[in-house]
Design a protein around this ligand. Sequence first.
Ligand SMILES: [Ca+2]
Ligand SMILES: [Ca+2]
Length: 342
Amino acid sequence: MRAFKSGTISKAISIAGIALTGFVTQSLPLQAQTQPAAAAKSSVVRHVTQGLGKMVAENLFECAEKVASFRKTPVGTITATDGTIITLPAESAYQKGLRGGADLHNDCTKTDPKTLAEVEALTAKTPIVEIDPDGEVITGYMMGDNYYEMYVNEKLVAVDSVPYTPMNGSIVRFKVKRPYTIAMKLVDWEENLGVASELNRANKWHPGDGGLIARFSDGTVTDSTWRAQSFYVGPLANPDDVIEKRGNVHDTTKLGRTHPLANMPTCQDKCFGVHYDIPATWQSRTFDDKSWPRANEFTDEEIGVNAMVAYTRFPELFDDARWIWSMNLVYDNVVIVRKTVR
Ligand SMILES: [Ca+2]
Ligand SMILES: [Ca+2]
């Protein structure tokens, strides 16, 4: 973690804020403008980038407490070889100033319940987002590494209050009738914008990993019945390390899927990224996710849950839930997961 002076960071944030205003209102040409040669092999359009992007905002999030694991949350853009401008690591509701849900555990707000009674008190204070006035009130507990935003029937229900680090846990409440559809955008955030890596264990170019776990009071849990698709894959020594397969799979299994088995890329600031267009209606109940792969389940050991205090302290809140992600926990950095509860 880098040390910083408090004066420096507040100035940086205000500069970022100005940049952000223009940035959010800017309409980015996310659709492919030309068909790149590499995509001719497949009906799936990919956008290939190489190297570092341009920083647009140095830090989206300021931690109110001095926390050793804090990282700045940068956002940038990069131009792909086909001219497409891509937001790094992802467009987010957080960046747009949208918020929702409450803290289950957050070192930056000193939210640190020690008993289930304290969790219940926090839950009772969590606002209920109404989707159906005559629906059932559903409570969820979740942890996302690093960031999630959650929609139910295309309505925003919750936004992770800490987009990068420290690790935190959240409470969400919403009122809805079955069937309903949960759609979440998940981001393994990055320090080195465009090359999907961060300082870790003395390696400035360490590829981080992701993970999401959630349990809801109606019995819905994250598991392989969810759908999961990846939209940003990296850091890659070669963009052909991603192979698009039937069923819309973005396959990188040969690189290794979890730490410590995954390859450690040595391409540093020369690494490639492969991006895919996020469908405009990904939050919608009617969006057809049938061609998306099923979510993959990961163990506590593969995720590395030591810093996940809310999860390790209150396992009963996550009973029967599994850590999920798309195929590759390390190399898939922007992932959308969806589940229709019937
Ligand atoms: Ca988070
Ligand atoms: Ca990663």
